[in-house]
Design a protein around this ligand. Structure first.
Ligand SMILES: [Cu+2]
Length: 144
């Protein structure tokens, strides 16, 4: 019985965590980047409020947010204290916000054709990696 109650309480806690309002996303991107704008639309359609910051110095922003060149993509976002690099699907961002992993954030390095904002998202074929904290290494976070 106690197990059942604990389980129910956990379910309720998870549900209220999921129902919590999504934090605002701030996206740093080049003003001429078309796929970056498409990713912004994807995030908005997934329920996020998105603030856009146009800049011609993305390499400076990436350095500021701790994104190493080999994990870099076209735009960098901040959400809930995490950094999100590139065309990471909203589903993975929501998973991270719910799970609160001890990482700097998430990335999809480069610009794969099947990622949201690039082309049709082939669900189950998109690998999302962690943006590691200093001294740690990147690992696979989820397949979306
Ligand atoms: Cu892109």
């Amino acid at each position: 019985m106690r197990k059942l109650i604990t389980g129910l309480l956990a379910a309720v806690a998870l549900q209220s965590a999921l129902a919590a309002p999504l934090p605002e996303v701030t996206v740093y991107k080049d003003p001429d980047c078309g796929c970056c704008t498409e990713w912004v639309k994807h995030m908005q359609e997934s329920g996020f409020q998105v603030k856009q910051v146009n800049t011609r110095a993305m390499d400076v922003e990436r350095q500021r947010f701790g994104v190493p060149p080999h994990l870099a993509s076209c735009h960098t976002a901040k959400v809930g204290g995490y950094t999100v690099e590139g065309h990471v699907p909203a589903s993975a961002v929501k998973k991270m916000l719910a799970e609160k992993p001890s990482v700097r954030g998430l990335t999809i390095p480069g610009m794969p054709a099947n990622a949201p904002g690039m082309g049709p998202h082939i669900v189950g074929a998109l690998k999302v990696y962690t943006l590691p904290k200093a001294g740690e290494s990147s690992r696979l976070y989820s397949v979306e």
